[in-house]
Design a protein around this ligand. Structure first.
Ligand code: ZN
Length: 203
């Protein structure tokens, strides 16, 4: 399986990192080996001094598809979860400056947190789902899918132009504002519609 991530999908997050608003979705892929252990213990890697949390809603692809039309896109995912796209911001900034790819800043071991899944039909309106990240019991990121630049169906259409989607693939749909550095001892709790979906301990 593959984990396809969308960068810069929430305006305030683009502004906080002084990034340009893209004309099309910005995509990158994290390897399956980046998924964090079930215990939720995130070990800060020794190659970075600035690991940021990015809380994101992700979709689970339920059937194979290529060149998917927007009006059919909703049939290609059946569940939604909440995760973290951990980012070594210092390495990513260096890579951006040099024009290198970001893979090592985003795809290292443990860099992808995934929660349990919820069937997508349980949401009354998938384009109005709220989510949050609490760091040491304080809300640091607050998002709602209605604020995405590209909606789920548009993302699936765009992504499937380039990559065949397979059952079990995950799509991380971007992070809202509020990203910040984690340090050893931090506790991160992800909430979807006010309900706890994951807990991560930074060590
Ligand atoms: Zn991200």
């Amino acid at each position: 399986m593959k984990i396809i991530c969308v960068g810069r999908n929430y305006t305030e997050h683009i502004e906080e990192l002084n990034n340009e608003k893209p004309k099309q979705p910005l995509l990158f892929i994290k390897p399956e080996s980046s998924i964090l252990n079930k215990e939720g213990n995130f070990l800060i890697p020794d190659f970075s001094n600035e690991i940021h949390h990015e809380v994101e809603i992700f979709l689970r692809i339920c059937k194979k598809g290529k060149d998917i039309k927007e009006k059919e896109a909703h049939c290609f995912y059946d569940a939604v979860g909440l995760g973290i796209d951990f980012t070594a911001r210092d390495i990513q900034s260096l890579c951006k400056e040099k024009g290198w790819s970001w893979e090592i800043a985003k795809g290292f071991d443990g860099a992808t947190v995934i929660s349990e899944l919820v069937p997508s039909h349980t949401f009354q309106d998938i384009e109005d789902v709220s989510f949050a990240l609490k760091k040491n019991n304080e809300i640091v990121q607050l998002g709602n899918t209605k604020k995405m630049l590209w909606k789920f169906d548009e993302l699936i259409t765009y992504i499937s132009k380039y990559f065949t989607l397979n059952e079990g693939d995950l799509i991380f749909t971007g992070t809202p504002a509020g990203v910040s550095k984690v340090i050893s001892g931090d506790e991160l709790i992800g909430e979807l519609e006010g309900k706890e979906f994951f807990k991560v301990k930074v060590i």
